[in-house]
Design a binder for this molecule. Structure first.
Ligand code: DGT
Ligand code: CA
Ligand code: CA
Ligand code: ZN
Length: 574
């Protein structure tokens, strides 16, 4: 069965190529694809089995898109997409990721300078050929040159941001799980450890029958090239240029294979040494004493046989976790311990895509005890709400609260931190909110000193409970603001303002490194999804994983608190 994720990938590709073709990211057709994507993301079940008439009932899906979905499900292809892909090969489309290069500019570069891929673009930049083209100039040329460097798009060590790799890995694993003989398919390697960027995707499949898995991977419609294949291992390249290694292992050896292929390599080496010190041998097939198997089926068995607590994958970087696990000192944090989400937009925000009612229902269905609705404040002009709008919004939240006796709705706001650390509204109005997260959304180029002063001033405000996405980075696309981190962490620790662990995979902000330093300085953390759509709620799992990667335990995380304690804590600075 074709997953919704794959259909969404097909539509996103259509949107991207159509934008290129029509030289506009805003054309009617592009928006139609985006609306369909929104609608399908919100759809609760698989849509591959739906007919034309049922498909058009999904919000945002019209007749033309519905028939493309049917074509894709029935034939594995979409004629329109094939046509566009022939004119715009992946190596050309990839250039769209470079900030400053829109569809219009790209078309000009292609027709005027023969730019077809990154190599020819770099040549053109080096020849200083861009500056003489209409609409470009010297400044744009330099900006594009810097973007190319920053993206690291060139060469063999090109790494892919986790947000892209995760969706490919998770989608493929889900499809492989549907094959005969397969008992599980798990993304391993750096994806499972939640590294920020990914070299290649590794998937470990447990099955009694490797053959159908090998066939499905090599013949996958997203695969453009098979790099290598054997009885139990296949390596392929996807349409977007990602390498995927799939390995099939016997179900009774799954634990050993997962430990091995999850890595990191440095963690494996240290683990193997520990085995040797105990007179044992650890391999991808199991933990052995001579010829006999000591442990192999589960990861927990292997770690236990080595005298260790089970180490969560995000911590497996050989940075002290083996020693801590041996001493029983690992921090403990599980997704199930999270009792509420505290960064949460509705369509009250210009960029929110689900209604208040939908968002609250989604939080309730996860069993949360509390949720803070944090739509943008008035300073974010297109997206924000003024006082009157916020008061009306509050009235709707209070009314809705009556229907949810077991879910506390907090009236919140995402305040915008201005360039000098000022916040939206005035001090009294800000205190009307139950919960505020304050974040940077602009002025990324100020000096580290200015940014530090800016954040410290914002967190001194008594209405502020947390600092959202601390650096404002987008992994692989935009570097974060520079900061004096020690000063900021100390400010947080002293004021009792929490540091947000933002679960959006393109942000992962604060980074694991910053989280680890924050935990060491006893800064409180809040793990949030920054949801703009009901389908974003699943980011909580990534937030928890990144907090684990930063060695956070449940005690460090305020949204593990029961509702009354949490509300008391949130109000304590007011
Ligand atoms: P990546 O792909 O560069 O983002 O990073 P990983 O960690 O996914 O590395 P990858 O794909 O080369 O290998 C997957 C896992 O396989 C790795 O995390 C640990 C294991 N592995 C690979 N090569 C070695 C090795 O030479 N020795 C040991 N002990 N383990 C290895
Ligand atoms: Ca890998
Ligand atoms: Ca690999
Ligand atoms: Zn937000």
């Amino acid at each position: 069965m074709i997953s919704n994720a794959r259909i969404l990938g097909m539509l996103a590709e259509l949107a991207r190529l159509t934008a290129l073709d029509e030289e506009s990211l805003q054309s009617f057709k592009v928006r139609a694809y985006e609306n369909a994507i929104n609608g399908i993301e919100g759809h609760p079940s698989d849509i591959a089995g739906l007919g034309q008439a049922e498909l058009v009932k999904i919000k945002g899906v019209g007749a033309s898109i519905a028939s493309k979905i049917r074509e894709y499900v029935e034939t594995g292809k979409v004629t329109k997409l094939e046509e566009l892909a022939a004119r715009y090969p992946p190596r050309f489309v990839e250039l769209l990721k470079i900030p400053g290069l829109g569809p219009k500019t790209l078309k000009t570069l292609r027709s005027e300078l023969g730019v077809e891929d990154l190599e020819s673009l770099k040549d053109a930049v080096e020849r200083q050929a861009l500056r003489d083209l209409p609409g470009l100039g010297k400044i744009s040329e330099e900006k594009i040159a810097r973007s190319i460097e920053r993206l690291g798009l060139h060469g063999k060590d090109r790494r892919t941001p986790i947000v892209e790799a995760m969706s490919v890995a998770a989608g493929l694993a889900r499809e492989l799980e549907g094959l005969p003989g397969v008992t599980s398919a798990t993304p391993a390697g750096s994806v499972r450890r939640l590294a920020e960027t990914i070299g290649d995707i590794d998937i470990v499949v447990a099955s009694t029958d490797p053959l159908p898995v090998m066939g499905a991977v090599a013949g996958h419609p997203e695969v453009t090239e098979v790099i290598g294949s054997g009885d139990t291992k296949t390596s392929v390249l996807t349409r977007s240029g990602l390498q995927v290694d799939v390995r099939v292992v016997a179900p009774e050896q799954l634990g050993a294979a997962l430990v091995y292929f999850t890595g990191s390599k440095a963690h494996n080496v240290a683990l193997r040494q520990r085995a040797i010190d105990q007179g044992l041998l650890l391999s991808e097939y199991g933990l052995f004493e001579g010829e006999s198997v000591i442990a192999a089926a589960t990861e927990a068995d292997i770690y236990a046989a080595l005298g260790l607590e089970l180490i969560p994958p995000p911590m497996r970087e050989n940075s002290g976790e083996i020693k801590a696990a041996a001493a029983g000192d690992l921090p403990h944090l599980r997704l199930e311990q999270i009792r509420g989400d505290l960064h949460y937009h509705t369509d009250q925000s210009g960029d929110g895509r689900s209604s208040l009612e939908e968002m609250v229902e989604a939080a309730a269905s996860l069993g949360y005890e509390y949720v803070a609705i944090t739509d943008h404040g008035e300073d974010l002009t297109i997206n924000g709400s003024d006082r009157t709008q916020m008061r009306e919004h509050l009235a709707r939240i209070r009314k809705l609260q009556e229907r949810y006796p077991n879910l506390r709705l907090l009236f919140g706001c995402e305040l915008n931190i201005g360039p000098s650390g000022t916040l939206d509204y005035d001090p009294d109005f800000r205190l009307e909110f139950d919960w505020c997260v304050a974040s940077v959304h602009s002025h990324f180029d100020l000096s580290a000193e200015q940014q530090t002063t800016r954040i410290l001033r914002a967190l001194a405000d008594p209405a502020v409970n947390a600092i959202g996405h601390l650096t404002g980075r987008y992994i692989g696309r935009r570097p974060g603001i520079e900061l004096n981190l020690d000063a900021v962490l100390e400010g947080l620790a002293v004021s009792g303002v929490a540091l947000e662990v933002n679960g959006a995979l393109d942000r992962l902000d604060a980074s694991a490194e910053v989280i680890r330093r924050a935990v060491a300085q006893q800064v409180k953390l809040v793990i949030s999804t920054d949801s703009h759509h009901t389908s974003d709620l699943r980011r909580m799992a990534y937030g928890v994983a990144n907090a684990q990667r930063g060695w956070a335990g449940a005690d460090d995380v305020v949204n593990t608190l029961p509702v009354d304690e949490f509300v008391a804590w949130a109000g304590s600075r007011r």
